[in-house]
Design a protein around this ligand. Structure first.
Ligand code: HEC
Length: 108
């Protein structure tokens, strides 16, 4: 009886981590789509994981990035870099998703 309960908990926990893996995969795919298509970041930046070869902005594979620093940059822009948040080009959720994708895949 105790073992059965333990096994149930184990199965429950493993489906939880599977769900979060699937959610993460979906977020990365969506982030890639925003990077290359919706927002056109690829037109200005190099990012190996996205096959992006833009040369207007810095090479994102060689700079130090966190999700927060990318969110900040994408929201407010700088110089030629558009302010995707302030100009309402992307939603908050899209900005979070593309920033997660960039920070996770940069340098890989
Ligand atoms: C029109 C060209 C252009 C587009 C489109 C563009 N960027 Fe940029 N980006 C730049 C430029 C130029 C800079 C450097 C700004 C500066 O330092 O003056 C920059 C800077 C950055 C930085 C900071 C890099 C560092 O040095 O720390 C990040 C991160 C970034 N961009 C991500 C993105 C993402 C994500 C997108 C798409 C949502 C995007 N950019 C779209 C031109 C662009």
């Amino acid at each position: 009886m105790k073992i059965a309960k333990f096994l149930l908990i184990l199965i429950y926990l493993s489906t939880l981590s599977l769900q979060s893996l699937i959610a993460d995969d979906a977020k990365m795919k969506k982030g890639l789509e925003i990077f290359n298509e919706t927002a056109g970041c690829a037109g200005c930046h190099i990012l190996n994981a996205a096959g992006a070869e833009g040369n207007v902005g810095p090479n994102l594979d060689t700079v130090d990035l966190t999700v927060e620093s990318v969110v900040e940059m994408v929201t407010y822009g700088l110089g030629v870099m558009p302010a995707y948040g302030e100009e309402e080009i992307l939603t908050k959720e899209e900005i979070e998703t593309v920033s997660y994708f960039v920070a996770t895949s940069a340098g890989k």
